[in-house]
Write a protein that binds this ligand. Structure first.
Ligand code: UTP
Length: 294
């Protein structure tokens, strides 16, 4: 019988060098966008898609992630006393989910981080969410990927077209479209130069993987940047088994990068009931000031 995707892995052990100095002692994944840390957006996205077990791969200086999803007795008592019921519910909601934590040790790459989750994933299919890739909460990328997984019973990668000058930052695929925005992948290359890239279609931070990926990662030597790359393991898997991709045309923000983080903040603030009205007014005044200046 086909197994349902109910587990998700959140690799969060990277060094976050693009966001220094903020990430020197604090996890990138805990940087807030409006009023929630980045990783909470990913956890809530997974929860909306039926994920029941949340497996976090963390590392040095990442304790705040565990604390964030834990119960906070003193804070809860304080909110109770002050009658702040809404806030109390919000704070308690997260700690009721089922989390498991594992440390990566050395951040030897995304593939290596995912391999660390094997004892928790066991022999089940699982989702991987990179929390610095923020998907607009109104777009249902992961839910669509799970549907494609259920149809083909194999690995599904999230894809998005990227501008030529960003190709060198991603794993890039070759493939043919076999359905509406569904691609059968025939090759992939980690961080190619634009001239050697097989397309402009990049792998972005959502994956549905099958447990056989672990044995491929184990055999993967360090690749680009000396890291054990998930793309290299997927490329080896591709020789034995079909791999599909879903070309996402919704809104994604690379919030692991300073400019992407600011864009995510602006877009999500415009949607936030708490601040959208005042923020919209503020943005208009900024826009008109910039126009006058230029
Ligand atoms: P990134 O490529 O964004 O790397 O990793 P990074 O180290 O976090 O950030 P930069 O590039 O140095 O600024 C994508 C995801 O994979 C995780 C990261 O935490 C992030 O969620 N990751 C990466 C690990 O968990 N372990 C690693 O060894 C590398």
């Amino acid at each position: 019988m086909k197994k349902k995707v109910i587990k998700a892995v959140f690799p969060a052990a990277g060094l976050g060098t693009r966001f220094l100095p903020a990430t020197k002692a604090s996890p990138k994944e805990m940087l807030p966008i409006v009023d929630k840390p980045m990783i909470q957006y990913a956890v809530e996205e997974a929860q909306r898609c039926g994920i029941k077990e949340f497996i976090m791969v963390t590392g040095k200086s990442k304790r705040a992630i565990e604390d964030h999803f834990d119960s906070a007795w003193e804070l809860e008592e304080n909110l109770k006393k002050k009658g702040k019921e809404e806030m109390l519910k919000e704070v308690q909601r997260l700690s009721q989910l089922q989390f498991a934590y594992i440390r990566q040790g050395n951040p030897l790459g995304l593939g290596h981080a995912i391999l660390r989750a094997e004892p928790f994933v066991k022999d089940e299919p699982f989702a991987v969410l990179l929390s610095d890739d923020i998907i607009d909460p109104d777009d249902d990328l992961l839910a669509r990927m799970i549907k494609i997984y259920e149809r083909y019973n194999t690995t599904v990668l999230a894809l998005q077209r990227v501008p030529r000058n960003e190709i060198h930052r991603y794993g890039i695929i070759a493939g043919r479209e076999v359905g509406n925005n569904i691609y059968k992948i025939t090759d992939m290359v980690e961080k190619p130069s634009p001239s050697s890239a097989p397309s402009d279609i990049a792998i972005i931070g959502r994956y549905i993987l099958t447990p056989d990926i672990f044995s491929y990662i184990q055999k993967t030597p360090p690749g680009k940047g000396g890291e054990i790359q998930l793309t290299d393991a997927l490329k080896a898997l591709l020789k034995r088994r079909a791999v599909y991709g879903y070309l996402f045309d919704g809104r994604r923000y690379d919030a692991g990068d300073k400019l992407g983080y600011l864009k995510a903040t602006v877009e999500l603030a415009l949607k936030s009931p708490a601040v959208s009205k005042g923020f919209r007014e503020y943005l208009k005044s900024v826009a008109s000031r910039i126009q006058k200046e230029s």
